[in-house]
Design a protein around this ligand. Sequence first.
Ligand code: FE2
Length: 337
Amino acid sequence: MTDNISFNSDEFNSTPLSRVPCNKELAADIFVKIGDKFIKFKEKGDVISEEKYNYFISMNVKELYIAKSQIVLFEDSVETQKQEEINIVVAEVGEENRRIVELQADLKEAVYEVFLDEELSNETVNILKNQVEQFIAVVKDKNPSADIFAKISSMNNTIAEHSMNVANLSILFGMVTGQTHKIVLENLYMGALFHDYGKAKIPAAIMDKPKSVAYTKAITDHPLVGVEMLKKNPEISKQVLSIVAEHHEQFGGVGFPKGLTGDAIYNLSKIVAIANVFDNVCMENRNKATMYKTAIKVLEYDKGKQFDPQLLPRILDAVKLGYGNYQRERGGKAPAS
Ligand SMILES: [Fe+2]
């Protein structure tokens, strides 16, 4: 067993947070680095809860540390767990959809890179774009039904993965409302992945005080803050920026930040807005058997107010079909940490 505290950086290898499993038994002792000190955070066999994992994300903790003596064991176990998770989902969605599930798992790692990067580099965005292009190509080819989207989204548990759920839902909603063009679907997916980029960059000190004036201002500003950060990157398209800017606008005109009305809102932004509300309700009701039914009710209630009444009927048909009877608990039970 490794000591609980060490100052010797030669003893450790760093590993990206996305490689460290959440809610699963750890195959190695996990250390955090504070200053020049490596402090044992979890023992081999322990579990990192969703709550702790989300805390790391909010604190921009990019890397955790593992003793060099345990790294091979750890890497082997991560690969085995990844394959096991893929196999579980493939068993539900069918072998013909294995590629979709594998690409979703790869995309998850690229999404973490993007969200935990302090400065968004062209290289990370290009890796993500490449993954999205491959994913959209397979989705267009296979044209999966709504329940497949429900099942692949069950792989996503943490805050960073909420954006993947919104992206998957947006593609489903886009396709059922007549969007078929490859580039449009890629922009839709990228816009959904980045919709809360500005929110993810709000400092934890502000997020921890939800009743403060600073918090309200940060939330109101996050769509346009996200655009300002993203537009510096030439790989991010104008369509993606519009989605980020408008994902909280509402059809009835009472959204933010601009209070746009009806068709003044870009069509892809309207789709992401619906997907975002749907997944937010699911996240709030996680681990309840009725979470999808509650989310469907919220969409029905808001027809014509928050959401475009032209788009909503076909989207509701799709989610009722795919998610309405889908009872799987997403993420399982989070053990106490
Ligand atoms: Fe948002």
